[in-house]
Design a protein around this ligand. Structure first.
Ligand code: UDP
Length: 480
């Protein structure tokens, strides 16, 4: 394929990066930005004002990037009110609208030919999250090459891609009693994917509601030339081949956090990109615990739980008699009963067994020898980080791609258990015991294998390592 761009007058490569302003998208994109800087590419990174303030307050990001003279943050408001919670599900359309109003003028100024030529080092390529269609429209109008970035796994992307077909075939929407039926219209996944495991937007009563229509529109018009994924070939090879029929050039470059550490020669330190302050007291707490004795519990940066669910999780964890380290973000609990106990009140009397923190240094926690299992919402970054650390998972998916991910964890890769749609205390207790005792060996074997493959993929000669080289070369070619 010829990726030389005849419309570009030869100029040095300059990548404009535009993530979705949420922790799970921002973190891998920042890691990719640093990787491109290490390859001596010029990078401008669009960061929302809110996230930029949080990042600079809670991480050393500014100092770290100050080492790269060709790197620059472009800080632009996300269009949401200052006091918007920016958490939970259901605010994506509002966020995209806000971003479009605020970021589009900057994109036009940087990308369209009449203003591009006034810049000393014009942008030669845009890397943006797949949901930011307005950014792709501007780049296409300007004939600037676009590379899509998706912070999801290939299996989930494929399930999303098949949604229009699922609706046409009458498999979506579905009734509650059909939840456990296998799905026929997601090729490559028909032996294990149930309706319950489809992306959460498929759980609608009516296919005409705006959220699912938005997904249908995106999937129907999806025609990426270039796609970057934070996954690796040994993990999702068969599904990647199916996606390849629709997108000729896929760069599987993950696990990005492990690659970056490898490239920088770091073994212990993690490179924080946290939007919340990391409570490091949990590391000294873990230091006191026996090997593989602690369950790490985290539902990521967006998922919320009700107070009732919180109490059930707590009771199940306590009844399991395992140590647990639990991340409860300040804005994570929803629900109206003001008399329900807070996490710390619940912990009174079980302080020895459990520790609650507002935000943890997750990569470091997962690689601590005291951690024996991860109770996770199955966000893609969490899964990839758990694989690198070799920690088996217990999945309790909340929304979006997480339903698909948790099914793959339990039924395809067999590196964890799926507790989808249940969190009563009896189930939590049983599943935690299975994770930590009864099924531990059964899960640890495939996990160790996959963990090694993940590490192999990012070291010299590995698939992701080579794909990053290929990506850098292609970006250079795009500017000639
Ligand atoms: N994370 C963290 N500390 C926490 C909880 C989460 O650093 O206490 C990080 C985690 O390492 C991951 C990201 O937040 O990189 C969450 O991304 P994921 O895709 O798992 O879930 P999302 O937040 O997008 O739902």
């Amino acid at each position: 394929m010829d990726i030389h761009n005849p419309k570009m007058s030869s100029s040095s490569p300059h990548v404009l990066m535009f993530p979705l302003p949420a922790q799970g998208d921002l973190s891998p994109m920042l890691k990719l930005a640093e990787i491109l800087c290490l390859a001596n590419l010029k990078v401008t990174f669009i960061n929302s004002t809110h996230n930029h303030q949080c990042l600079t307050r809670h991480s050393d990001i500014e100092t770290r990037f100050s080492r790269y003279p060709e790197f620059e943050f472009k800080v632009i408001p996300d269009g949401l009110p200052d006091d918007h919670p920016r958490t939970g599900g259901g605010w994506l359309l509002e966020l995209l609208q806000g971003l479009k109003s605020n970021v589009e003028p900057f994109l036009r100024e940087r990308l369209l030919p009449e203003s591009r030529s006034t810049h000393k080092s014009p942008v030669t390529c845009l890397i943006a999250d797949a949901l930011l269609r307005f950014a792709f429209d501007v780049a296409n109008e300007a004939e600037v090459p676009v590379i899509e970035f998706r912070a999801m796994g290939a299996c989930a992307i494929w399930a999303f891609f098949c949604i229009p077909k699922l609706i046409e075939a009458g498999e979506v929407p579905f009734k509650d009693e059909e939840m456990d039926e296998l799905v026929h219209n997601v090729p490559g996944m028909t032996t294990f994917l149930r309706r319950r495991d489809l992306p959460s937007i498929c759980r609608v009563k009516d296919a005409s509601i705006p959220d699912i229509q938005f997904a249908v529109k995106i999937q129907k018009t999806w025609k990426a030339q270039y796609l970057i994924l934070n996954t690796f070939e040994d993990l999702e090879g068969p599904i990647l081949s199916l996606i390849q029929e629709h997108c000729p050039r896929i760069y599987t470059v993950g696990p990005l956090h492990a690659y970056l550490k490898y490239r920088l020669g770091l073994t212990e330190t993690t490179l924080s990109t946290s939007l919340w302050e990391e409570d490091r007291s949990c590391i000294s707490w873990l230091d006191q615990k026996p090997d593989k004795s602690v369950v790490y519990v985290s539902f990521g940066s967006l998922a919320s739980i009700t107070k009732d669910q919180l109490v059930e999780f707590w009771a199940g964890l306590v009844q399991s008699k395992k140590y647990f380290l639990w991340v409860v973000r300040p804005n994570m609990i929803v629900g109206s009963d003001p008399n329900s106990p807070t996490p710390n009140e619940l912990l009174e009397g079980t302080k020895e067994r459990g520790l609650v923190v507002g935000w943890a240094p997750q990569e470091e926690v997962l690689s601590h020898q005291a951690i024996g299992g991860f109770l996770t919402h199955s966000g893609w970054n969490s899964i990839i980080e758990s694989i690198v650390a070799g920690v088996p998972m217990l999945c309790w998916p909340a929304f979006a791609d997480q339903q698909v991910n948790s099914r793959c964890v339990s039924e395809v890769w067999r590196i964890g258990l799926d507790m989808k749609d249940k969190c009563d205390r009896t189930t939590v207790e049983k599943m935690v015991r299975d994770l930590m005792d009864a099924k531990r060996e059964e899960l640890e074997r495939p996990m160790a294998k996959l963990s090694n493959l993940a590490k192999k993929s990012i070291t010299e000669g590995g698939s992701s390592y080579c794909n990053i080289d290929r990506l850098v070369e292609d970006i250079k070619l795009m500017s000639t």
